[in-house]
Design a protein around this ligand. Structure first.
Ligand SMILES: NC(=O)c1ccc[n+]([C@@H]2O[C@H](COP(=O)([O-])OP(=O)(O)OC[C@H]3O[C@@H](n4cnc5c(N)ncnc54)[C@H](O)[C@@H]3O)[C@@H](O)[C@H]2O)c1
Length: 263
């Protein structure tokens, strides 16, 4: 029960990594706010938690709008108390070819994947600063440190998430606020399945992706949630502005099956 009575907000908790993270926080005693744009899934996750005697509140939230994020944080404070931990997890894949991509796609990616993270931080920080204590974990991606061709502009936004994390971490470290990011690799979630479904042979695409990993499989949402929870706990209070890569080794390897030794 590392998080007994802690008030934890998880954005994008209606699915995938956010869902698992919210459920695990609740199992460890947290009062969890499910902040998602999708009411059906948001309520589903909130019901899962309530049915196992956990504390959960679904608040319909579009992270791309500061106003609704701020309202969600106000509601959190009224219902559960002021937030202790924010997991900025909501995100969308926007992949394209730079010059063939309409401006609206650039704006869509940035509004959720970067503005959404900033809006979450901007809304909770005043509450955390009042207590001189708080923790934020931003969910970036391996796309935040490396580039895969034809995935523009998602990696630009995710690089931004890591930059935003570092900038805020330094500004608020002396005020008792701990801000870090996590960069998951290929994690088996609905966002990834939807990506495979855009391919001519989704099953083949999945197999290929798995084979491409040094660990020969995708990660699980549990494997990401476990690290997010460690990063949110008092066990790592000296970690400030770090980006923890949890990717089965994919970003360590330069070439696949490269036995030439070529540098
Ligand atoms: N799955 C992966 O392989 C992977 C890898 C690296 C990073 N990530 C990142 O992890 C995070 C979670 O991804 P996932 O795979 O669990 O995705 P997912 O699609 O399963 O879940 C994302 C959730 O975010 C919600 N959401 C989308 N737009 C929103 C908005 N504007 N406001 C509020 N909620 C919104 C969705 O409704 C959904 O419930 C994302 O930031 C993603 O970029 C995922």
């Amino acid at each position: 029960m590392r998080f007994k009575n802690k008030v934890v907000i998880v954005t994008g908790a209606g699915s995938g990594i956010g869902e698992t993270t919210a459920i695990k926080f609740a199992k460890e005693g947290a009062k969890v706010v499910i902040a998602d744009i999708d009411p059906k899934n948001g309520k589903r996750v909130s019901d899962i938690i309530s049915k196992s005697n956990g504390s959960a509140l679904f608040v319909e939230t579009n992270v791309a709008s500061f106003e609704t994020v701020n309202q969600m944080v106000d509601k959190t404070s009224i219902e559960f108390g002021s937030p202790d931990i924010l997991i900025n997890n909501a995100g969308i894949n926007v992949f394209g070819e730079p010059l063939n991509m309409p401006d609206s796609e650039w704006k869509r990616a940035f509004s959720v994947d970067l503005d959404g993270v900033w809006f979450g931080c901007k809304a909770v920080l005043p509450h955390m600063l009042k207590k001189n204590k708080g923790c934020i974990v931003n969910v970036a991606s391996v796309h935040g440190i490396q580039i895969i061709p034809n995935c523009f502009p998602y990696p630009v936004a995710k690089h931004g998430v890591i930059g935003l994390t570092k900038a805020l971490a330094v500004d608020y470290a002396s005020k008792g606020i701990k801000i870090n990011s996590i960069s998951p690799g290929y994690i088996d979630t609905p966002i990834v399945e939807r990506f495979f479904q855009t391919k001519p042979n989704p099953q083949e695409a999945r197999k290929e992706a798995e084979n491409h990993q040094p660990i020969k499989r995708m990660g699980t949402t549990d494997e990401i949630a476990n690290v997010i929870m460690f990063m949110s706990s008092d066990e790592c209070n000296y970690m400030i502005g770090a980006n923890i890569v949890v990717d089965g080794g994919i970003t360590l390897r330069m070439h696949e099956n490269d036995d030439t030794g070529a540098g």
